[in-house]
Design a protein around this ligand. Structure first.
Ligand code: NAP
Length: 346
């Protein structure tokens, strides 16, 4: 690269939080890019070719205060591309990278922009077999699915007689978890989805059985239900997680990573003290850099979800709002990759 550009195209969200019900503004704008001599030592400039739209990004895009911790904000918790300038001894120009950090897209600008200076510790290397678009098709959803599966491995849930269950199955985390469990680890998996239209896709991913959300969820107050599952992955919370925990077999484990249907959990302690069930919380941002790098390596090698790499939908920056609302209104399935326009001369 001859010269570092001074501007980058970005999708920015803003709202006046001092005014109740203030309108959220979403706009594609040119933002200034910091000069190399003004950024921290060890900062790396990445030309972002791809990002993605996660549930968390959809919340950031409507300025949800729990996710958009600064305004204005460029959302996008995943981004991939190549290094175009580096003040770090560990990253060289031309390296293909994924950007992943808790602050990225929440308390610092994220990946819905062409260029980003980031601390070197936010970068993970892309293996040669994985393109930036594919890295974003996996992204945080893939990493979360992998940590959830790891919890089931660690709790010895994969070799029992009961199948595993995955809720929110057609979503990013759910579909990637199904593929890893069924295709990479040979487990029997039941998928719970609210969308009948997704049944054949979930069977293709490797689920043995697909249950509709309304048939699965038990709204009675019975403290325990018949045992049906060795454990599994919950992306929904609320009534789905409460039903799930009440029907897990002795010694089973549920990796709870999501809240797509709610944050409440109406339950007694019986599943835990009469069946020894474990509820294992997943927060993919809380692992050390070394653990995160090791899990990313596992996800992109032994556990690589091939269908997940191929089946994402791609949108441009100006098409992001439509995807955001589809996600928030539960009209969207699978992964959505955002393609950024290249910066001329970079
Ligand atoms: N803990 C962590 O570190 C971590 C990391 C990433 C994501 N997450 C969380 O994990 C969850 C899933 O994330 P994602 O990126 O996979 O989201 P996603 O792609 O939007 O998938 C969520 C899925 O949940 C189901 N769903 C959505 N709204 C629902 C509702 N109101 N009632 C019932 N089901 C509903 C839908 O699947 P079906 O139609 O198939 O049921 C949807 O596809 C989110 O809550 C996200 O915040 C947590």
């Amino acid at each position: 690269m001859n010269q570092i550009p001074t501007k980058t195209l970005a999708f920015q969200v803003d709202a006046d939080r001092s005014r109740p019900q203030a309108e959220v503004q979403q706009r594609v704008v040119e933002l200034p890019l910091a000069a190399a001599d003004t950024v921290d030592d060890n900062a790396v400039l990445v030309a972002i070719s791809h990002s993605s739209v996660n549930y968390k990004d959809a919340l950031a895009a409507v300025a949800h205060p729990g996710v958009a911790r600064q305004l204005p904000l460029v959302p996008g918790i995943d981004a991939a591309g190549r290094v175009v300038a580096s003040k770090s001894a560990n990253w060289a120009v031309g390296d293909a990278v994924l950007i992943s950090d808790e602050a990225f897209g929440t308390s610092a600008d994220g990946g819905w922009r062409q260029l980003a200076w980031v601390p070197e510790s936010w970068l993970l290397p892309l293996p040669s077999a994985v393109t930036p678009a594919q890295a974003c098709a996996l992204g945080t959803a893939g990493i979360t699915a992998a940590w959830s599966v790891q919890a089931l491995v660690d709790h010895d849930c994969l070799s029992g007689t009961f199948p595993l269950l995955v809720t929110g199955a057609s979503g990013g985390v759910g579909s990637l978890a199904i593929e890893i469990l069924a295709q990479r680890l040979g487990c029997s998996v039941t998928a719970v989805t609210g969308k009948l239209s997704q049944e054949s896709r979930l069977l293709d991913l490797g689920a043995d059985q697909v249950l509709l959300y309304d048939d699965f969820v038990d709204t009675t107050t019975r403290p325990l239900l018949s045992t049906r599952w060795a454990g599994g992955v919950d992306t929904l919370g609320s009534a789905a997680l409460a039903t799930f925990l009440r029907s897990v077999a002795d010694g089973g484990c549920v990796a709870a990573c999501g809240l797509a249907s709610g944050t409440d959990l109406n339950l007694t302690v019986y599943p835990f003290i009469l069946r020894g069930v474990s509820l294992y919380g997943i927060d993919c941002t809380r692992y050390s850099a070394a653990a995160k790098a090791a899990m990313w390596r596992k996800l992109t090698t032994d556990w690589l979800p091939q269908q997940g790499l191929q089946n994402s939908r791609t949108v441009r920056l100006d098409e992001v709002p439509e995807t955001v609302f589809a996600l928030l209104e539960n009209r969207h399935s699978g992964r959505c990759v955002v393609e950024l326009p290249p910066v001329p001369g970079v």
